[in-house]
Design a protein around this ligand. Structure first.
Ligand code: ATP
Ligand code: F6P
Ligand code: MG
Length: 473
């Protein structure tokens, strides 16, 4: 085995991670009444061995690929969710896990758990693991579920949660706590958190929820409240940056593949058959991309990150014509946010927003199906042609998490608990390059994860499908 000498290369300096902590704004006499040795120390199940506790010097690098070719080595992105900007110093995040010192006395903890936005496989597992983790690891006995998303803080009674109540929730899709869009009212929410006496707030969130959570966190700091706030990223679209991926994403891709398989069977069994599958993905095409790569039956994958067109040279129809001639069938996968600009809509439809302010999309699948049929009957009026449109929308997200995602949910929930108990606040727990890390909420709230059209994964889609690049001459 050849060893590369790193004599001439230097590892770039690491930017010391800074994570918000209650000590940032709570006066130390107040803190002292809460500070204690981690109760895991006396938990008979743990007997913490040497190295069990994570020190605040342990960090996870965001970019882990180094260029060792020169002394001025630089780091580059290794994960699909990392930012592509290169810098001379390496960004790092605190490693997640139990700390020796905690800033909450278990008898005074009052925890609240809330789920907001769309569903994602594994939400119930995260809730379950937060409850069981708080109860079993730290001896917390006051844990509450906030029903119906953000609005539930000020409009519904909290639900007391116990391990007994949640014991089989990981087997259920959706969120037993219920979720909603809209209803974000900053003052009402923070007032309610205060009046209920919650001092730990766990939010299971998507990108919109996170933007709201940042405002709640800032308000908590402004009021100098002894409240730890954290979030667990939940996005079936996988559109949140920095973390490797969201829990539930792999489960959704697996389900999406079932739809593609069915579309393939239908297309193969018809004369000039086209199987068309629409998948979730509001502004990112990760589900479509991953399902395409894992299925290998897809002829063309259309995602929001790429504009496509139907007619003329290099367009979708020309490509399909060729594919149908060669293979007798074709499978198209389209993410829900793709091609939205091409679908005719009324002024009212242009303005339409959901309760959270997200634009409401028209059904790209139905539109495409009708465009395909019109095209074929125009060009080949005497030839058979079939389009089978499958829209598995909610079926891919309203299911329980698979084994891998369930494990992820457990680890991420426990990471969140350890971080909050250690006095951290305004942070997100998630895997970064395979290790669980604490990332400042402020940073995650602005980090978007789009499909990178210049990276290997998208090139591989192009090579598997041989689809056009939709660049007009
Ligand atoms: N910019 C914002 N400021 C404050 N609150 C927001 C903001 N954007 C969204 N919210 C609130 O966050 C909650 C969820 O937002 P949204 O419906 O966009 O889902 P999400 O968190 O993005 O989840 P997903 O993308 O998985 O569906 C809603 O209650 C919404 O009112
Ligand atoms: O119909 P709902 O519940 O608003 O959710 C649909 C949206 O939620 C998501 O699953 C997540 O944002 C999107 O892919 C989809 O557009
Ligand atoms: Mg969202």
């Amino acid at each position: 085995m050849m060893m590369m000498s790193s004599k001439n290369s230097t590892i770039p300096p690491v930017t010391v991670p800074i994570l918000p902590h209650l000590t940032d704004y709570i006066p130390s006499p107040d803190l002292k009444t809460h500070m204690t040795i981690n109760p895991l120390e006396s938990n008979p199940l743990y007997h913490p061995p040497q190295g069990f506790y994570i020190s605040h010097h342990e960090a996870i690098l965001r970019r882990i690929i180094l260029d060792l070719s020169s002394s001025s080595s630089s780091s580059s992105s290794s994960s699909s969710s990392s930012s592509s900007s290169s810098s001379s110093s390496s960004e790092a995040f605190l490693r997640a896990g139990p700390r020796k010192q905690v800033f909450f006395d278990r008898d005074t903890v009052r925890a609240a758990i809330v789920t907001c936005g769309g569903l994602c496989p594994g939400m119930n597992t995260v809730i379950r693991e937060l409850v069981v983790g708080l109860w079993d690891l730290y001896g917390v006995r006051s844990i509450h579920g906030i029903p119906a998303g953000y609005r539930g803080f000020y409009s519904r009674d909290p639900i007391p949660l116990t391990p007994k109540l949640v014991h089989n929730w990981h087997k259920k899709g959706g969120t037993v706590l219920e979720t909603s869009r809209g209803g974000f009212h900053l003052t009402k929410i923070v007032d309610a958190i205060q009046s209920h006496g919650f001092n730990q707030v766990y939010i299971i969130w998507g990108d919109g929820t996170m933007r709201g959570a940042l405002k709640i966190f800032e308000e908590i700091c402004r009021r100098r409240l002894y409240i730890g706030l954290t979030g667990i990223p939940k996005t079936v679209d996988n559109d949140i940056g920095i973390i490797d991926r969201s829990f539930g994403f792999q489960t959704a891709v697996e389900k999406a593949q079932e739809a593609i398989n069915a579309a393939h069977v239908e297309a193969e069994s018809a004369v000039n058959g086209v199987g068309l599958v629409k998948l979730m993905g509001r502004s990112t095409g990760h589900i479509a991309l991953h399902a395409t790569l894992s299925s290998r039956d897809v002829d063309c994958c259309l995602i929001p990150e790429i504009e496509f067109y139907l007619q003329g040279k290099g367009g979708l129809f020309e490509f399909l014509e060729k594919r149908l001639k060669e293979n007798g069938h074709a499978v198209l996968v389209v993410a829900e946010g793709a091609g939205q600009d091409m679908i005719p809509r009324t002024d009212a439809q242009k303005q339409e927003r959901d309760e959270s302010g997200n634009p409401v999309f028209l059904d790209v699948g139905s539109w495409l199906k009708s465009e395909l049929k019109n095209w074929w009957s125009r060009e080949h009026p005497d030839e058979l042609f079939t389009v089978k449109y499958i829209d598995p929308t909610y079926m891919i997200r309203a299911v329980p998490a698979n084994a891998t995602d369930n494990l992820y949910c457990t680890l991420v929930a426990h990471s969140a608990i350890h971080g909050v108990m250690a006095g951290h606040t305004g942070f997100v727990s998630g895997p970064v390059n395979g290790n669980y890390a604490y990332i400042p909420l402020e940073q995650v709230a602005v980090a978007k994860n789009e499909v990178k059209l210049k990276d290997h994964k998208w090139a591989w889609v192009r090579s598997v499908t041989n689809q056009p690049d939709f660049v007009r001459d």
